[in-house]
Design a protein around this ligand. Structure first.
Ligand code: ACM
Ligand code: ZN
Length: 670
């Protein structure tokens, strides 16, 4: 009798808790904080899963659940229960028991993220899940993506589609770069020419517009490009994002990057032209405050982005209004004049119950007291701001700028330059070990920025966002420990999912990778030889200093990798091989990266000498790359020789383009 009961019990247990074939959490991206295995397993019922929600405004979550393919129920037995409280907590637990699934949070955002985890678990396709408890919470409160809708306009539908992807990745901030030289996209009633003129241009492609001398057009003219959002569209977008616990942060650029404003309203500039607004004129503040009133009216975001980056400030030195302002306010330089503008704008924004966020240039001349800082020119600005008690979003150019190339440039569409593959983005650690606890308390999180100078189409934009946005999501949400192989595996799964949903993702499975020549050191006769620089390298790009060009280490796809040495002049160098010896080949590769104004030398002349005094020409190599070739490439300037010498002199003649960079990684002698 006992044996029969035990056997029956075992059969029942095995029916309800069959051994799980695999783990539905193994592809979760971002990776959750912790997964604790339980006993037994849960056999998933037929879809749609019935979900019962209890919490404030449960109907809103029901609507989303229905759109995700669940069946919201209010009565009877549910397969999934979701319950949450009234805080803004993003933490949640998701329990898999043999009886069902249970998501709990103290807040609606946490419940929502629990649902996103559940969706990813269902994507595993497994119909029997091991019992477990997922306990999850974000590492950082800010996980953002920036959309540059000025350089190329993006529709509300496109942005909503990206919000859907952000949702899966548990991201919560969408920063819209609404205004820049290439087009003003924010609806403004008080200054209508921002919409009827500053929003339009004759050329669709940004690069064609620049080549044509950056002309503007008037709304309604045939064949023009551009546009601006309507208030209704923005309200719709804000609501769509808010339902998914995503805040939209609007950016209105000031005082730089404002050519389109100056073109429409020259009276707010120093002299009627240029990129900067005039901080000396009251008209500038009248305008900015009126615009901010309208922005604040539309956007509920506490943070309002006021730009602040890359103002040239050059006209301010001589503008009588700027000079008068500096005198009256006791400002000692133009940095303090910019700071005056930002601080005054901050007071205005604060008076409306909001707070400003700006790029890290707002630190120059004294940062506004309550400002949040986006650290983009590396991490230093962010570290300084945190030390001064300011909240910081880390978005350093070398890791988080996803307008940079994500694979070998010759395999990629034209980009702004650089090389920031998925692995590079993933390697970013915002909580630098040098930061104190006090500083870390101000580290809000991370953001990916997609500037769109070279990104004309929606497809191209998605290609740049995915998969690199996954890395930002994972850095922002998951525990700090890193495992790139595992992340890469999960990124491939996420890529397949987004691809199946109609996103145009980068083909990560067939990534070419870093410049092959840079992966293994080269051996040649000049290895370790001293180099004399008749033309010093530029202090911005010293690479490894005087040993760079003979260290056997070739550069990668980007000049920013500390392997490429840079010049803004012609180059004249001499390598001392230590003794006279037979030479057969002289070579040096230069970089071509026109988007970053890096151009090949016109020619390279090699000379040789036995005594270091008397040199004779050994050969010359010319640039044979077409002037308008847009992709990044490395071009070796190589000459065969048949001589004996101790000294090799390289002279490279810079390209005719004013201010163009020359980059060189090694002088190879064989
Ligand atoms: C920036 O990239 N100028 C913020
Ligand atoms: Zn001025």
């Amino acid at each position: 009798m006992n044996r029969i009961i035990i056997t029956l019990a075992a059969v029942l247990i095995s029916l309800s808790c069959a051994a799980a074939p695999s783990d539905p959490t193994e592809n979760l991206l971002p990776k959750p904080t912790s997964v604790t295995p339980g006993k037994g397993s849960y056999k998933l019922p037929a879809t749609p899963l019935k979900v019962k929600v209890s919490g404030p405004d449960a109907a809103a979550l029901d609507t989303l659940l229905a759109s995700y393919g669940f069946q919201p129920v209010t009565k009877g037995k549910a397969d999934v229960t979701v319950s949450y409280g009234s805080t803004d907590s993003e933490a949640y637990t998701l329990k898999v028991t043999s009886r069902g699934l249970e998501i709990k949070s103290e807040g609606a955002p946490g419940a929502f993220y629990g649902v996103q985890t559940l969706r990813q678990m269902l994507d595993s396709g497994l119909d029997s899940w091991p019992c477990m408890v997922i306990s999850d919470a974000p590492r950082f409160p800010y996980r953002g993506v920036m959309f540059d809708v000025s350089r190329h306009f993006r529709t509300v539908d496109f942005i909503k589609k990206q919000i859907d992807a952000m949702t899966r990745l548990k991201m919560n901030n969408l920063h819209l770069h609404f205004t820049d030289a290439a087009g003003w996209r924010m609806p403004v009633e008080s200054y209508p020419k921002l919409n009827t003129q500053a929003a339009w241009r004759p050329q669709t492609k940004w690069s064609d517009w620049v080549a044509a001398g950056t002309p503007y057009a008037t709304e309604g003219q045939p064949g023009i490009y551009g546009g601006y959002y309507t208030k209704d569209e923005l309200h719709d977008l804000i609501d769509y994002a808010a339902a998914r616990h995503i805040r939209i942060i609007p950016e209105i650029e000031m005082p730089g990057h404002s050519e389109e404003v100056v073109a429409a309203y020259p009276e707010v500039s120093c002299s009627g032209i240029g990129s900067d607004l005039c901080p000396g004129k009251e008209a500038t503040f009248t305008m900015l405050q009126a615009i901010l009133d309208e922005v604040i009216d539309i956007f509920p975001s506490e943070l309002i982005h006021i730009g602040g980056d890359e103002a040239s400030k050059s006209a301010w030195h001589t503008c009588p209004d700027c000079q008068r302002r500096m005198q009256e306010e006791g400002l000692s330089d133009v940095d303090e004049l910019q700071s005056y503008l930002i601080k005054r704008i901050e007071r205005y924004v604060n008076s409306k119950g909001r707070r400003i966020v700006g790029w890290d240039e707002i630190l120059e001349g004294g940062v506004a007291p309550d400002a949040t800082v986006m650290s983009w020119r590396g991490v230093k600005g962010g570290h300084q701001a945190m030390a001064e008690g300011h909240d910081v979003v880390m978005t350093p150019v070398g890791y988080c700028y996803i307008d940079y190339c994500q694979d070998a440039p010759f395999t990629q569409p034209v980009s702004i330059g650089g090389y920031t593959p998925l692995g590079r983005v993933y390697s970013f650690e915002p909580a630098d070990s040098t930061l104190s606890d006090a500083q870390l308390s101000h580290l809000l999180g991370v953001q990916a920025n997609l500037w769109t100078e070279q990104v004309t189409t929606d497809e191209h934009a998605e290609y740049m966002y995915y998969p690199r946005t996954y890395a930002i999501a994972e850095i922002g949400w998951s525990p700090a420990a890193k495992d790139y192989d595992d992340f890469h595996r999960r990124a491939l799964v996420m890529n397949s999912l987004l691809d199946s949903l109609g996103y145009h993702v980068f083909d990560l499975a067939n990534e070419y990778g870093e410049r092959p020549e840079s992966l293994t050191p080269v051996t040649h006769l000049a290895l370790g030889a001293p180099v004399t620089y008749a033309t010093p390298y530029n202090s911005k790009y010293p690479a490894q200093g005087a040993t760079t060009l003979t260290d056997g280490i070739l550069g990668g796809w980007t000049y920013g990798d500390n392997r490429w040495q840079g010049w803004l002049t012609d180059i004249d160098l001499t390598v001392d091989l230590g003794r006279v010896q037979p030479l057969h080949m002289l070579s040096a590769a230069f970089m071509h990266s026109p988007g970053a104004w890096v151009h090949l030398p016109k020619n390279v002349v090699y000379e040789v000498s036995t005594d270091g005094v008397n040199f004779e020409k050994a050969g010359e190599a010319w640039c044979d790359v077409a002037d308008d070739y847009q992709s990044i490439m490395m071009k070796p300037y190589t000459v065969p020789v048949d001589t004996e010498a101790r000294y090799v002199r390289l002279r490279a003649k810079a390209n005719d383009r004013p201010g163009a960079w020359l980059f060189l990684d090694e002088i190879i002698v064989n």
